[in-house]
Design a protein around this ligand. Structure first.
Ligand SMILES: Cc1cc2nc3c(=O)[nH]c(=O)nc-3n(C[C@H](O)[C@H](O)[C@H](O)COP(=O)(O)O)c2cc1C
Length: 193
């Protein structure tokens, strides 16, 4: 059974990226038989990474729990807000902590052999697209295969209806194309490993 994690790189209550992640989750549940798990980073509080803290107290229990969820999954759909043309501190800190959880052979428990689909939503005109360049680079360094097709939702404050659905048919089509390609990638990577 294929397992997919869906998460937003924002813990903000009314986060646009949380809404976009939910649209991706709805799509996956409607169009695939994958087991999908929505991860709310607000429920995985962790301190700012500090090597001294890790040395004295070890890896926090929330990090270990999240790493276990990642380890079980074949792929991850990430909706990433853009801060100053880059990744949010919340998402970077989460990835940094997760990268500290390793197997005996040094491989990354949370990331090795995984596929990722990236999307973003922003009130701005570029939809957070520039931040995805950095997220792609970071995840690639952690041995994640990142889908080249991505979705950036511009003018996010106008992009969702009251039920959280994407208003624009073109954006819905793009979501469809990205997630369709993602599920093919996940299947191909599963056959490789
Ligand atoms: C520190 C900071 C930097 C930001 N930089 C950008 C930016 O470079 N590009 C952009 O499109 N939006 C930027 N924004 C606006 C965010 O896209 C906006 O706050 C968005 O709602 C955050 O995502 P969320 O709704 O999922 O929390 C920035 C916001 C903050 C707080």
């Amino acid at each position: 059974m294929t397992e997919i994690l869906v998460l937003a790189g924002s813990a903000r209550r009314d986060s646009f990226n949380r809404r976009l992640a939910r649209c991706a989750l709805d799509w996956l549940q409607e169009h695939t038989s994958a087991t999908c798990t929505e991860v709310d980073l607000a429920k995985f509080e962790m301190p700012l990474y500090d090597a001294d803290l890790e040395a004295s107290r070890g890896i926090p229990e929330t990090v270990v729990r999240l790493a276990e969820l990642f380890a079980r999954a074949d792929g991850v759909v990430l909706a990433c807000p853009e801060y100053n043309a880059s990744i949010t501190p919340l998402l970077k800190n989460t990835i940094d902590w997760l990268s500290r959880v390793k197997r005996d052979d040094g491989s990354f428990v949370a990331f090795a052999g995984k596929s990722a689909a990236l999307m973003s939503a922003s009130p701005g005109g570029l939809g957070g697209l520039r931040g995805l360049v950095h997220v792609t680079q970071i995840l690639s360094a952690l041995q994640v295969v990142v889908l080249p097709q991505q979705l950036a939702v511009a003018r996010a404050h106008e992009a969702f209806d009251a039920d959280g659905r994407l208003v624009d048919p073109g954006t819905r089509e793009r979501l469809d194309a990205v997630l369709g390609a993602f599920m093919k990638l996940v299947t191909a990577i599963r056959h490789l490993s």
